[in-house]
Design a protein around this ligand. Sequence first.
Ligand code: CP
Length: 309
Amino acid sequence: MDIRGQSIIEAQQFHPELLEELFERADDLQGKHSNRSILCGRRVAMLFYEASTRTRLSFETAVDDLGGTFLSTENAAEFSSAAKGERLEHTARMAAGYADAIVLRHPADNAAAVASDYLEKLRCHVPVINAGCGKLQHPTQALADLYTIRQLLGRMDNFSIAIVGDLAHARTSRSLAYLLAKFHGIRIRFVAPEELAIGRDITAYLTRHDVVYDESHDLAEVIGSVDFIYTTRVQQERFEKQEEYERIKGCFDFTRELVKKMKPGGKLLHPLPINGEVAAEVDFMSQAAYFQQADNGLSVRKALLEMIL
Ligand code: CP
């Protein structure tokens, strides 16, 4: 499957054969010093309008490790000409004049699609990679999540997973659900307070793709029944009313005692950052797989950049 030159906007773009190809390549590119020259002579622009640790650093490391160069604006909202009123489309066009691909993080749900469509209209064939836009999608995080499941389980089908927390605002949970829908025998259990339930667009998609799922507000009822727990932080910055955030935060906190109730061999995944919803001591438990997941973001992004560029 050839995705050369293609923008990556949403997780639904990936089908199982492409994922397998990508993940096999990520296996080859494991480690922080693969010292290749695959991207020699290629340049990637990192436009980050929102804070990031993993996504920006892993994309930058990926480019560097593959022998390419990158331009980076880590606080584009303040330090690019967006601060002077420049439209995203124009900033993207500028970056496209200097680089061969654009990695974009932005608070607007449709930012990656807007930038990509605008460049196409200008016949400027520079792919845009969605590095987390708004509340809807973070496809490259979902690739790292699914790759980690494949690494831990040895397969990408026939398992159960609880997706827990602020499902209304968690773009990573939504992108992961879209990817999981591509495989057989997966049972998804969504666990969230009523106000933060997963979007009806996702449940409709799962129904259309014959994915078995249910929804619960009771983590205690679900925790011992699944192979993986995927939890996320409650996203304070996406609440319109802060009192609503204060009321809901802490509703699904993972303590050491709670993690011990997971199914034997079960793994706790989290896209990170953690903001108190997983106790510090859980980092040292065998169930915690979130650092492995973050490390995997590097090899998956290397493989993706190689395939696109
Ligand atoms: N998971 C994730 O997107 O982390 P960052 O916000 O640190 O990039």
